[in-house]
Design a protein. Structure first.
Length: 163
């Protein structure tokens, strides 16, 4: 229910495993050339001389991969719910995020597993047909080390007639 249920049905502590992604050297460089052209994301030799010691992904790359997997996960659940004749709540805009932390580098060939957990919910005072959820979002590498963490906020539709 975490991504497709109505605000009224979602409980604090609900968690979803969104999937995993392995970061290849070619992909890291391709992303860096377009969005974060720092030497330690673009060149193995430069990365070796940096404080990272080897080629690593941009933090923005690891965060945008979380988003891609979250959308894919929600779309899959929504399709399954609709196929069973179950309603799917609309997501509204996100007013932002906080506490973004890149805790460890994501190196070439690391596999990051992404997850999300509901940590807070409240009704919207200005728009009673919507609720506001806060999620703690994480990425964990193959060694079990947390590499990415942030808290996001999103508006989500309330069950019709519940406001």
């Amino acid at each position: 229910m975490t991504f497709v249920g109505y605000f009224d049905d979602i409980r604090i502590g609900e968690r979803a495993e969104l999937g995993s992604h392995t970061f290849t050297a070619d992909e890291i460089k391709r992303f860096a050339r377009q969005f974060d052209p720092q030497a330690f994301h673009l060149d193995e030799s430069a990365a070796k001389r940096s404080h990272f010691g080897r080629l690593c992904a941009s933090g923005w790359h690891s965060a945008s991969t979380w988003m891609r997997l979250a959308i894919r996960y929600r779309d899959k659940l929504a399709t399954e719910h609709r196929a069973r004749g179950q309603p799917v709540a609309e997501l509204g805009p996100s007013p932002g995020f906080r506490d973004l932390k890149w805790l460890k580098p994501v190196y070439a060939d690391d596999t990051i597993s992404y997850a999300t957990e509901v940590v807070e919910k409240r009704e919207s005072k200005s728009m009673p047909e919507w609720g506001i959820l806060r999620y703690k979002n994480t990425g964990t590498n193959q060694a079990g080390e947390l590499v990415l963490s942030y808290v996001s906020t999103v508006f989500i539709q309330r069950r019709p007639g519940s406001a």
